[in-house]
Design a protein around this ligand. Structure first.
Ligand SMILES: C[S@@+](CC[C@H](N)C(=O)[O-])C[C@H]1O[C@@H](n2cnc3c(N)ncnc32)[C@H](O)[C@@H]1O
Length: 206
């Protein structure tokens, strides 16, 4: 729509109008390019962290998808007296999601220091959440008071931790394994959630 002119104001020359339109188009393109560069850099950083953490332990860093976490929270009847351990909490995706979407106390355990520090940094903006972050190897943590355990491990890492989970977890503890199943005669598979991969939900039998 043509602009209304004020008294004494002269109309803009067509060349100025074309230049200002071109300026807008240029700014729009620059913003698109900037978004693309940020997303691309983020992806590169994620791949590098996954590769690096994979060289440090049996489990490279990867995040659980939010879509499956939403289904998990719907399925579990979580109450405020429960303690949930996110073992190998990475930069805190699951930890923060559960803390925001359930009334339980959430404990994130991560042995990789840079990832732990990222989650600590995030916590500065969420001080109201009922959540504790620990920079430790899970083998140094006593899990006997856990009601729910969340894991995203490799089959090899599950094998390594099998005995600890079998001996330490109390009866009826819910054990969640995203993507790879956890095979133990002491745990019964009670539910599966299908998403991009499968989420296996077990209950400790004795
Ligand atoms: C696949 S990532 C999962 C991250 C997050 N829980 C999620 O699902 O989005 C696995 C994480 O476990 C951590 N990890 C591997 N072995 C561990 C151990 N023994 N103790 C604590 N953390 C460990 C890795 O550093 C990595 O960050």
């Amino acid at each position: 729509m043509p602009r209304r002119l004020m008294a004494g104001q002269r109309p803009l020359k067509p060349s100025i109008l074309v230049r200002s339109q071109a300026g807008h188009q240029f700014m729009f393109l620059t913003i698109i390019q900037l978004i693309f560069i940020i997303l691309f850099t983020r992806q590169i950083i994620v791949v590098l962290i996954a590769w690096w953490t994979g060289t440090q332990s049996d489990v490279p860093f990867q995040s659980t998808k939010k879509s499956v976490l939403k289904k998990l929270v719907k399925y579990l009847d979580i109450n405020s007296n429960q303690k949930i351990y996110d073992l190998g909490s990475g930069s805190g995706q699951v930890t923060f999601f559960l803390a925001k979407n359930s009334p339980a106390e959430i404990i994130g355990v991560e042995k990789n220091q840079p990832l732990y520090l990222i989650s600590k940094f995030k916590k500065m903006f969420h001080s109201q959440l009922k959540l504790k972050l620990i920079n430790q190897d899970l083998f140094n943590i006593n899990l006997s008071n856990a009601d729910i355990i969340y894991t995203y491990f490799s089959p090899r890492a599950y094998k390594k931790a099998l005995l600890k989970f079998e001996q330490e977890l109390k009866k009826n503890t819910i054990f969640i394994a995203w993507r790879y199943p956890f095979n133990s005669s002491k745990f019964k598979l009670v539910h599966q959630i299908k998403d991009r991969h499968i989420m296996y939900i077990y209950q400790k039998q004795r």
